[in-house]
Design a protein around this ligand. Structure first.
Ligand SMILES: CC(C)(COP(=O)(O)OP(=O)(O)OC[C@H]1O[C@@H](n2cnc3c(N)ncnc32)[C@H](O)[C@@H]1OP(=O)(O)O)[C@@H](O)C(=O)NCCC(=O)NCCS
Length: 281
């Protein structure tokens, strides 16, 4: 197996896109984002503590030259909201380690999961010789643990480091084919989450007005369908062109209704369930 650094060097720089995010290599222009992430007490609550000025300066200099370190940009407003990195895991010889941190304003909307899922999927698909991947987080970091579990990672070890307990996560599955299973597992877990959201959306007036059988749509109906962003999975939105809000509805590969979003406002509307007053145009 080649080292993580060598594997990364062969495919870097890389840019990734998801439904709502653009992951691009960190640049010198991200200095203020890095400072914010490294010094915010909430972000650093389970990552040691806010970093010193010296450490901030060192990280600002190092990240733009680090293969595997992406700035997470929210596409809706082109705002840099965080950092995700895949690099050599110093706790597990030969394994890559993924870590992610977002600014608190961006928390709680599924962006962390979208970010980490995209990064690890890239690792297994674009860097096939890269070897296993792990994640380490503290037991009290409920958001991080839930995120990792929701994309198919399982807790395999706990150990103490820097005076704190740490949880080691790896993809679920047999050791032998962990790499191969990983991309599939991530895709499955993300699908489950998206389907759950789709079920909520179906309960809204919008969902009920859509035909159940998309093949029944005439060519002229099809021409009027949404031509907007269809996401990372090649999904087709069954709503009409120019619809508001940006909640797209379509079918997943197994035929289940599925919903996806392109901005924060749409997310808030889905939280309102059937009382949102949103009507399909
Ligand atoms: C960890 C972090 C990236 C999560 O980002 P996020 O965008 O808020 O997470 P998501 O919205 O994608 O949520 C992922 C899961 O965690 C759950 N979750 C989010 N915040 C939570 C919290 N405070 N407590 C419990 N669960 C939480 C979500 O409900 C979701 O689970 P679900 O699928 O069952 O609904 C973010 O909290 C963060 O940047 N923290 C500071 C840095 C850090 O500790 N990083 C982790 C170690 S590298």
């Amino acid at each position: 197996m080649i080292s993580v650094d060598v594997a990364l060097g062969g495919v870097w720089p890389a840019e990734l896109r998801t439904d709502r995010l653009h992951l691009r290599p960190v640049t010198a222009g991200d200095a203020s984002l890095l400072r914010e992430l490294l010094t915010d007490t909430k972000v650093r609550a389970h990552l040691g503590s806010p970093a010193s000025e010296e450490r901030v300066a060192a990280r600002q200099a190092a990240y733009p030259a680090t293969a595997g370190a992406w700035t997470v940009v929210r596409v809706a407003d082109n705002h840099a909201v965080g950092l995700v990195a895949i690099g050599p895991g110093h706790r597990c010889e030969g394994a890559a380690e993924v870590s992610c941190q977002l600014l608190p304003d961006a928390w709680g909307r599924g962006l962390g999961r979208e970010t980490v899922a995209a990064a690890v999927r890239w690792w297994t698909e674009a860097v096939p010789a890269g070897g296993p991947i792990v994640a380490v987080t503290q037991p009290a970091n409920a958001a991080s643990r839930r995120l990792l579990e929701s994309i198919g990672m399982r807790l395999v070890d706990q150990f103490e480091e820097h005076g704190e307990q740490q949880c080691l996560y790896t993809p679920a599955g047999d050791q032998e084919d962990t790499d191969l299973r990983w991309a599939r597992l991530v895709a499955e877990r993300v699908d489950v989450v998206e389907r759950r959201r789709g079920a909520q959306a179906r309960a809204t007036a919008m969902g009920q007005e859509l035909p159940d059988d998309l093949t029944a749509l005439s060519p002229s109906d099809m021409a009027r369908l949404c031509s907007d962003r269809h996401g990372a999975y090649g999904r087709i939105c069954a709503r009409t062109a120019g619809h508001v809000p940006e909640l797209h509805l379509g079918r997943s590969r197994d035929g289940a209704w599925i919903a996806w979003l392109t901005n924060r406002e749409a997310y808030l509307l889905t939280d309102c369930g059937g009382d949102s007053g949103v009507v399909c145009r």
